[in-house]
Design a protein around this ligand. Structure first.
Ligand code: ACO
Length: 311
């Protein structure tokens, strides 16, 4: 790739033009998007598991209907995202095989267990809240298909966030035991939610280049700060406390200060050593194996139709 091509491409990016599937693009731009969109798609699909765990145990029909809809939305998000990645020349089969081989990442957050019903509230409030903070700017990503997919995804995520916060509100205003459950869920999900935004900017391998290409619009640390700033007042409104003694409003900065993430835990979970990594991959492997007959039947059907059309 010569410099003139790279410069011309950067000019299009700087002019806020959307890049579309058939446009010429630097190989690095394509690879970055395949990596990020692929990881994002896997996160949506693996993300169905921790909550799916509670569908049969939701405390009421209303809660069950909402949770079922939310988990289905996540399946849908995964499918749009795989389709967006496919416009860059990878197939869904390839992406899935990479996931199952442990080569493709998915968000660290989905490697934690959902121990009580309150976890469903905390996930909606915090995990979907963090996801929205990260994904709203992706609606302006320079790559057209990814940006467009994000618009609908974000609308659905905001419903997910509200259903989670409403569960938290009900528990926090309930019996002392229910409030305790809500507090315990916040204690366990707070730090992993902050980890969703990725390493510090100084350790973010892809951050600078992705900002230049306008794939990312804000850095990992900027988004994490925005999330803390908007979430802490919501927790205070619930009458709950955050498991961080260093969390404090900083008048001068106009932001909350907060403690340091346990980065050893973060990297351990990212590299496969989290509490639920093995279970999550085993569940995906089982679904893939059990779906083999469907893929084979669909292929055989397509071949039969093709042969008939040619006859
Ligand atoms: N969990 C797992 N891996 C992570 C996480 C995380 N929370 N954060 C960063 N990483 C990985 C990166 O993927 C990268 O690994 P790779 O080189 O093997 O791909 C490495 O850590 C270094 O991080 P960065 O250089 O900062 O990576 P990047 O610029 O891609 O930023 C981010 C990471 C912010 C997650 C970005 O990829 C992104 O915005 N992705 C789209 C959103 C998304 O995937 N959300 C999923 C969770 S939300 C949901 O599904 C409901």
């Amino acid at each position: 790739e010569d410099q003139a091509f790279l410069d011309a491409f950067q000019k299009r990016i700087d002019a806020e033009e959307k890049i579309e599937p058939n446009d010429p693009m630097p190989e690095g731009y394509r690879r970055t998007l395949v990596r990020q969109i692929g990881q994002h798609a896997h996160s949506e699909i693996v993300g169905m598991l921790p909550e799916g765990n509670w569908i049969t145990r939701a405390p009421s029909l209303r809660r069950k209907a909402a949770l079922l809809a939310k988990v289905q939305d996540e399946g849908g998000h995964g499918l749009y995202l795989y389709s967006a990645a496919e416009t860059l020349g990878v197939s869904r089969e390839e992406m899935t095989e990479e996931l199952l081989a442990g080569k493709a990442k998915y968000s660290s957050i989905f490697n934690y267990p959902t121990l009580t019903w309150a976890d469903i509230g905390a996930i909606g409030w915090l995990v979907d809240g963090a996801a929205i903070m990260n994904q709203i700017p992706l609606c302006r990503c320079s790559y057209g298909p990814y940006a467009r997919a994000m618009i609908r995804v974000c609308k659905e995520e905001s419903f997910h966030q509200r259903q989670g916060y409403e569960i938290m509100m009900t528990l926090a205003n309930g019996t002392p035991e229910q409030k305790e459950m809500a507090q315990d869920a916040l204690n366990r999900w707070w730090w992993p939610s902050l980890m969703m935004f990725g390493p510090h900017d100084s350790d973010s391998q892809h951050g600078d280049q992705s900002m230049r290409w306008k794939i990312k619009r804000f850095t990992n640390d900027e988004l994490r700060q925005q999330f803390v700033d908007s979430t802490v007042p919501q927790g205070e409104f619930l009458g709950l406390t955050f498991p961080d003694p260093n969390l404090k409003w900083n008048e001068e900065r106009g932001h909350y200060d907060f403690g340091e993430i346990d980065w050893d835990e973060f990297w351990r979970v990212v590299k496969g050593g989290g509490p639920m990594n093995k279970e999550r991959l085993a569940a995906r492997q089982k679904a893939w194996d059990e779906g083999a007959w469907v893929r084979e039947a669909a292929l055989a059907h397509a071949e039969k139709r093709k042969a008939r059309a040619e006859a």
